[in-house]
Design a protein around this ligand. Sequence first.
Ligand SMILES: Cc1cc2nc3c(=O)[nH]c(=O)nc-3n(C[C@H](O)[C@H](O)[C@H](O)COP(=O)(O)O)c2cc1C
Length: 172
Amino acid sequence: MPDLKSALSSFCTGVAVVTARGSDGHPVGMAVQSFSSVSLDPPLVCFCPARTSTTWPRIRAAGAFAVNILAEDQRELCRRFAVTGGDKFAGVPWRAGGNGAPLLDGVLATVECALEGVLDGGDHVIALGRVTGLTAHRPAEPPLLYFRRAYGRLPSSSMSESMAAARSRSEA
Ligand SMILES: Cc1cc2nc3c(=O)[nH]c(=O)nc-3n(C[C@H](O)[C@H](O)[C@H](O)COP(=O)(O)O)c2cc1C
């Protein structure tokens, strides 16, 4: 029988960088694959930071954050935000969103949130966010994927299908 980590790695996800403005004014951020939509009405999303994360307490203290959904060409950016310590934002272009959290250049979309609640999640916590702002920057670009502990991308054929479906939805 495979172990839990290995079984769960079969669930393919996108990747996001959750950012906030620390109390000292410095931007903070961490890569997550645990981002998920929760509710449309009210608009709620969640992500699950590990209790060992050094960035999470700073996001929690800020009370507001942004979810930056990464594009396929942003693997290096993801790697940079998946390590502890160092200046993760050195040389990374960003601007402040309406809630003050950093919105990273070149991402597919950003979801700005107010921290609505924090639930127990074992060795992680479940951070619930109420959506306060949305931006779609590169709706036609493919997302960065994470599957079996490796980065991946959608085959271009399936990307064309999803773009065609998006076009027909917008024309309907
Ligand atoms: C693709 C990918 C997905 C990740 N998803 C999560 C996640 O959902 N929750 C989490 O706590 N850490 C996740 N991590 C690890 C964190 O990014 C990393 O532990 C964190 O940035 C460490 O820095 P910190 O101590 O500044 O929090 C992920 C890493 C990668 C590469």
